[in-house]
Design a protein around this ligand. Structure first.
Ligand code: S3P
Length: 173
């Protein structure tokens, strides 16, 4: 199933896509990239600044460009994505989609308990208003499931166990 294919991690903001990707790298021969990091380096600007100065639509267009580039140019890699990247039309063509699932409260708890909680909240414009963020969460959880090939509930698992579970699931299929 995996030959020449990428592993694409999707899920809500703060669920730990980047952390899981980095942990998977330690447990395998894979290398990882992150769509937000690619966009930030392309623009030489933080996501927060891009939202402030250019607007969300501009950012979504960069995500689209990034998705098309990944489809054409990336193989055998883990790709962690921004929470809205799942909307990209070609996402299924990029690789096997893994949805990291967790409740809204658990995600917030995870962010708040992390050593750099303030920074994690600050860098995500769509988490500024938690009521709004909850609404976005409710809409998206249905869509994340629809687009995913594999759903992993991560609530009771540490990053190492999640990474192991993903790799095992993929290689056993
Ligand atoms: C977004 C999630 C963010 C980032 C941007 C928009 C979203 O990434 O791409 O702020 O729409 O959910 P993380 O999921 O890494 O926070």
């Amino acid at each position: 199933m995996l030959k020449n294919k990428n592993i694409v991690l999707i899920g809500f903001m703060g669920v730990g896509k980047g952390t899981i990707a980095r942990t998977m790298v330690k447990q395998s021969d894979y290398f990882a990239i992150d769509t937000d990091d690619l966009i930030e380096s392309l623009e030489n600007k933080k996501i927060k600044k891009i939202f402030e100065e250019n607007g969300e639509l501009y950012f979504r267009n960069l995500e689209k460009k990034c998705a098309l580039w990944c489809e054409k140019n990336i193989t055998n890699s883990i790709i962690s994505t921004g929470g809205g990247f799942y909307k990209q039309e070609n996402i299924k063509k990029i690789g096997t989609i893994i949805y990291l699932q967790s409740s809204f409260d658990k995600i917030l708890e995870g962010i708040r308990n992390s050593p750099n909680a303030k920074k994690k909240l600050k860098k995500r414009p769509l988490l500024n208003d938690l009521d709004e963020a909850k609404k976005i969460y409710e809409q998206r959880i249905i869509e994340y499931e629809k687009v995913a090939n594999i759903v992993i509930n991560i609530e009771e698992l540490d990053p190492s166990s999640v990474a192991k579970k993903i790799l095992q699931t993929l290689f056993l299929e």
